[in-house]
Design a protein. Sequence first.
Length: 654
Amino acid sequence: MSVFNQPRKSVIYLIFLGMTALIVARLFYLQVIETKYSKLADANAHLRKVIYPSRGIIYDRKGRSVMRNEALYDLMVTPRSVKNIDTAYLCEVLSITRKEFIKRIANARMKEGPVRPSVFASLLTPETYGKLQESMYRFQPGFELVLRPVRSYPYGVGANVFGYISEISPSMLADTTGRYSAYQQGDYIGMTGLERTYEPVLMGQRGIQYLVKDNLNRPQGPLENGEFDTAAIAGKNLRLAMDIELQLLGEKMMKGKVGSIVAIDPQTGGILAMVSGPTYDPNLLSGSYRAKNLGRLFTDTVSPMINRAVQAAYPPGSTFKPITGLIALDEGIVGPEFGFDCRGGYGSCGRFSRCLHSNVGHAANMRSALANSCNAYFMHLYRLCVDNRKWGGIGAGQTKFVSYLNDMGLGRRLGIDIPNEKPGDVPDTARMNDRYAGRWNSCSEMYVGMGQGLLGLTPLQMANAMCIIANRGYYYVPHFVESIDNDHSDILKTYKEKHRVANISDEAFNSIVLGLEDVVTRGTAKGVQIDSIAVCGKTGTAENGARINGEYVQLKDHSLFVGFAPKDNPKIAIAVIVENSGFSTTYAVPIAGILIEKYLKDTISAKRRPILDQMIASVTISPEMRAKSRLDSLNSVSYMAADGEALLRKIISK
């Protein structure tokens, strides 16, 4: 070998010697000095017990816990350790057959292996837990009871907002994206609502406890005084903008009705209440009967699992007219003083569309047209907008009109912090081309100007549009969570940013606001008047139809109201819709009036008490639909938890 290779050979020898020395030293440390792994490896002497953390608690704006944790137990099994137990008695306690027992053991072996604990029976009822606890010695070794914190809802409301948790599914655990890498079989995860959106902060972190077992496999105490244990870390708490009293009152009034209520604080975007009717007691999806109740709720004829506030799109009817007015004012095609000679209808498109009024001068200017809700006036404004020559044609004009709507959060998702929000529908050129085979003009959808036609908005979007008008041109993304305890991330950053809409002048906004005030003081929304508080609003009676067996059938109109209060320095914006209930003054207006007054004055005046009783007692769901639904019987089991009943009595008695 060349003398030049001698140094290289020595270096290689030194590397091998160094690596050998490191390995020997590490093995010596692990086998002689460090005792942790040798102690944990003795599976026959030690028990590894998972400690599940408490999920974060959710509080309303006044610090009241609207979602808590209660203690239930899972029965866990380690298949290889199941020997000579009283199988017959265990099957009797759990109300299962021996065949089912064998099947569950096989499933546990397949899911987690023979030596790892797996859920054998989850969320035991108190009665079952009591029987097992006093006789666990008959099922050992192999079985153990593990504490499992589960959700409870003391007020029995907010089901579609809070959501529910469920055991993580095998398909989630098999997900290759790593999204569920922190979970294992038997863990619970948020499936809908705030539980799903804020799962990473609510879930906490599980702990591990190692226990010493005797020769009969009975736990005797912690291993090495808990030296190897890891503590469970509780999830972080959420602080909501929601007012649970408003939520409770809204849900009570919407019982027996189909529709929605959304109330927002315009100055922050915080959602004060979100009601979807019909709804269900969220306690039905907590505990040992969750799976059974979930199937019933999903298949119920009145669809209580749908959150109509964000998932249903309705024709806004006359509640859309303020938006049409703002767009026309901002484009500069009309001013606040613009008037229209409406003689009982609109006949400029070859067909006569009737207006609700025929008196001369009811559309003398923007304010008057809003106060009198002149259909012809706002159909004409829509046509002026999309025919505006400066956009270069009807297609560009329609695109510009829709861009205004999108800028106001209509026809797109606003980004609320609960899942499954729908974008709604607006008459963009693609929809127009599809509807009219590419041949259309401003007359084709002139009804959009008055809130009908190819237009569908969610109640959330309607309420947010009122925030824009109340704030004279800006909004915050609607959201429930205002803060998270001990959290320093920027997860809530998007909800603190102000979104300014177009560049509409104060003069334009003022003319719209004054018109909305007139609707309340001398128009169709007198039912929302509140002593010493200036309320602005707009009623709507939206035409409603559906295709049944291929034919279009006209159904009973929807009742709508949108508004805000006070007129200056607004504190609440609201949208109320009650499906198939007729005129807005029958349901939407009184419901909105009660909620606005309750929020602003923290009381319900004597003159509104009879109206409140009437709203609570009235039912708009058809007898045929109610007869097919099982929702009332389900809710009667626990509908309105004890705290909810007590709080409702307190609200009504004030």
